[in-house]
Design a protein around this ligand. Sequence first.
Ligand SMILES: Cc1ncc(COP(=O)(O)O)c(C=O)c1O
Length: 446
Amino acid sequence: MRDYVFYRNFKQSYPIVERGEGIYVYDKDGKRYIDGCCGALVSNLGHGIEEVADAICKQVRKIAFAHLSMLVSEPAIELASLIKELAPGDLNYTWFVSGGSEAVESAVKLARQYFLERDRNNTSKYKIIGRWNSFHGNTLGALAIGGHIPRRKPYIPMLMEFPHISTHYCYRCPYNLEYPRCNVRCAFELEEVIKREGPQYVAAFIAEPVVGATVGALVPPPEYWPIVREICNKYDVLLIADEVMTGFGRTGENFAVNHWNVTPDMIVLGKGMAAGYSPLAGVIVSEKIVDTIKKGSGRFIHGHTYGGNPLSCATGVAVIKYIIKHNLIENVKKVGLILGELLKKELCEVPIVGEVRGIGLMWGIELVKDKETKLPFPREKNVSSVVFNALLEKGLLVYPGSGAADGINGDHFMVAPPFILQSEEAKEIVSILKETLVEVSKVLLN
Ligand SMILES: Cc1ncc(COP(=O)(O)O)c(C=O)c1O
């Protein structure tokens, strides 16, 4: 039968998935794969969770749809309350959308509207500062703010010009410095850029607390987020944490910013929010911003049709309740430590492994041609794809990426299994990784 799916890559063949159970997915020929990356850090609970399926069935029988401009559903109200309880500080309100890019667009538009309302339209603040080696989504606004060169390159003429600062990529420090003697130089770049652009024009700074897709589980030095919070306060710039990948427990805390006791002005949500069972994303917004809108025009001039739809919200409620009931974030911490230790111990000797880094159940493995000089493989070798395919063959799914080293070259992949992972399963994942990477090393370095 001819297949009319417009694939992400027509030069790749994709197994047809049939079903999933726990940390495993099965294709239609019965082959079993360990879901070692939850799709793209999405299906955080694993597959086939009855409680979530029941909640979805119950809700879908009640109503087809309710547009949030006319009606609000009980699941939307309940979900917002649950999120308020999990979020730090005065992050009390949730704006609902369907995907991470929509959520990022919402956050940056809200930053602009906040200043318009607060300063009675007398504001010049509109610029959003992002970071190189970051990803905030593929819509044009989110792509402009993000800093992943291969994803941006074809669309550059269509992107708004926003400033970017370097990321805390310690393995390849943009300043050629070493932590802690660097005094977190990269965090202070934010202040320089705000001053250069003019604080009167800068509305917000957006960053992923642990960088995901573009570099692979890059954890900042502990001082980083407190420093950028202080700089944002000093220059009246909103701080937006993009927790599309890290939110709802992935790093071993409800939100990754909790590791550093920092409360941003907004947290962007997605992916794990409904753990893959339904499209759901959002923005948690501070009381300060919501109050300003309430006292001003009363309405955010923005919105998407499926935002706050009852089915996705009921799914989100079921997912959060499941995480709490089964104490899954504790498991992320516990098994995450085991997985991290194993990855470091077993992979450090593999000739093409440059660095193993991460936190919780979010681990990145950077691949290099030369361990000593950190020289990346040339792009045309497609090393992250080669590794992905070799692991797929062996029944392990990981999340590959490229371009981090210099915008073109550089290969890495992420290991980010479901929160229900047990230590024996962590061992199995690492054993497959080691065997495969040793084999691939031999071929690539030959
Ligand atoms: C940090 C981050 N923000 C935003 C997005 C965009 O989310 P979506 O693909 O749901 O639009 C992603 C997707 O990978 C992401 O990792």
